[in-house]
Design a protein around this ligand. Structure first.
Ligand code: CP
Length: 312
C-alpha cells in the first residue's frame, strides 16, 4: 500500500508503487465512464493547486479530479497571490498548512521547488512540473494510456522525439518506462539533447526517420520556445523538416503505433495537424486518462496520510 506523503518524481518511485497508482487509476477510470461522475472518496479534504507557471491540462485536471471526488479545490496562481509581495515558497506553504490543506499540487519554473515545499509542510505535495526536472503525473497518464492500448509494456519500443533537453515530461517518462521494461529511444538534434542522457539507460538518436522505424509509441515533445537560448536550432522550418512528426514519418512506425503528445502542441512545428488529429493520435485520450491518474493519486496520498495520523 502506498505509504509516501508526497509524489515528487518517478525517479524515486518503486515499480510496485507505480503499479499501485496505475491499478487504482484503472478503477477511477470506470467512474469517469459513469453517467454521474461523483464519488465521496475525498469528502472533507482540501486540495490546493499552487501554480507558478501557466497550465491548461494539469491544473484543470487536478481541480476536476478533486471535485469529482467531493474535495474542496482551490486554485492559486502566483501572479494573483502574495508571492508578488515577496512571500517565500516556504511561508506560502506554511500558510496553506494553517488553512488545513491536505494536498498542495505545485507547478514551478525552478527544478526542486516541490521538494523544498514538501520538506517544509505537513500537507502532501504533488509535483505538477518543476523546471526541466520532472512532471510525474504526465508520465503516469502517458504510461496508463500505453498500458490501455498494449497491456504489458515489457519490450515495447517507445520513441520520445523533440526538445528532450528542456523536457520534464521526457525525464519522468524515461524513469517510469524503464522501470516497466519498455525500450526507450530519445531523438533530437544534438543541441536539444541534455548532457548525460545516455546514463538514463536509453538509446539516443539524432535521426528521427531511422529510429521511428517499427516504434510502438511515438511521443512528440513540445518545442519549449519559452525556455530556448538562441541558436539551439537554425529555424522553425528546418526543425520541422528534420524532427517534425508528419504522416510520412508516422508511417515508418509500427502499423498499430500510437502517437502521444503532452500538449500544448505547436501545430505545424513538432506535429502536423494531419497526425495530431489522425486515427493514431491518442492525445485527447491522454487528457481524459489524466483525470483518472490524478484521482488515484489524490486518493492514495490522502489515505496514506490519514493512516499515518491515525497511528500518532
Ligand atoms: N501537459 C501539460 O503539462 O499541459 P499544461 O501545461 O496545459 O498543464
Amino acid at each position: 500500500m502506498l505509504k509516501r506523503k508526497d509524489l515528487l518524481g518517478l525517479k524515486d518511485v518503486t515499480t510496485e508503487e507505480m503499479e499501485e497508482i496505475l491499478s487504482t487509476a484503472r478503477e477511477m477510470r470506470k467512474i469517469l465512464d459513469q453517467n454521474v461522475k461523483k464519488t465521496p472518496h475525498l469528502q472533507g479534504k482540501n486540495i490546493v493547486n499552487l501554480f507558478y507557471e501557466n497550465s491548461t491540462r494539469t491544473r484543470t485536471s487536478f481541480e476536476s479530479a478533486a471535485k469529482i471526488m467531493s474535495a474542496n479545490a482551490i486554485n492559486i496562481s502566483a501572479s494573483a497571490s502574495s508571492v508578488t509581495k515577496g512571500e517565500t515558497l516556504i511561508d506560502t506553504g506554511k500558510t496553506l498548512d494553517a488553512l488545513l490543506t491536505d494536498v498542495v499540487v505545485i507547478r514551478h519554473s525552478m527544478s526542486g521547488a516541490p521538494h523544498l515545499l514538501a520538506k517544509n509542510v505537513r500537507a502532501s505535495v504533488i509535483n505538477a512540473g518543476d523546471g526541466m526536472n520532472e512532471h510525474p503525473t504526465q508520465a503516469l497518464l502517458d504510461i496508463f494510456t500505453m498500458q490501455e492500448k498494449f497491456g504489458d509494456l515489457k519490450g515495447l519500443k517507445a520513441v520520445i522525439a523533440g526538445d528532450v533537453k528542456h523536457s520534464r515530461v521526457a525525464r519522468s517518462n524515461i524513469w517510469g518506462l524503464r522501470k516497466l521494461g519498455a525500450d526507450v529511444t530519445v531523438c533530437a538534434p544534438k543541441t536539444l539533447l541534455p548532457m548525460g542522457i545516455e546514463d538514463m539507460d536509453v538509446s539516443v538518436s539524432t535521426d528521427l526517420d531511422d529510429c521511428i522505424e517499427g516504434a510502438n509509441v511515438v511521443m512528440g515533445l513540445r518545442l519549449q520556445l519559452e525556455r530556448q537560448q538562441a541558436g539551439l536550432f537554425p529555424g522553425a522550418a528546418e526543425y520541422n523538416c528534420y524532427y517534425g512528426i508528419n504522416a510520412a514519418r508516422l508511417n515508418r512506425a509500427d502499423s498499430d503505433a500510437i502517437l502521444l503528445h503532452p500538449g500544448p502542441i505547436n501545430r505545424g512545428l513538432e506535429l502536423s495537424s494531419e497526425t495530431a488529429d489522425g486515427e493514431q493520435s491518442y492525445i485527447l485520450r491522454q487528457v481524459t486518462n489524466g483525470l483518472a491518474i490524478r484521482m488515484a493519486l489524490l486518493f492514495l496520498l490522502t489515505r496514506a496520510k490519514g493512516k499515518e495520523q491515525d497511528r500518532k
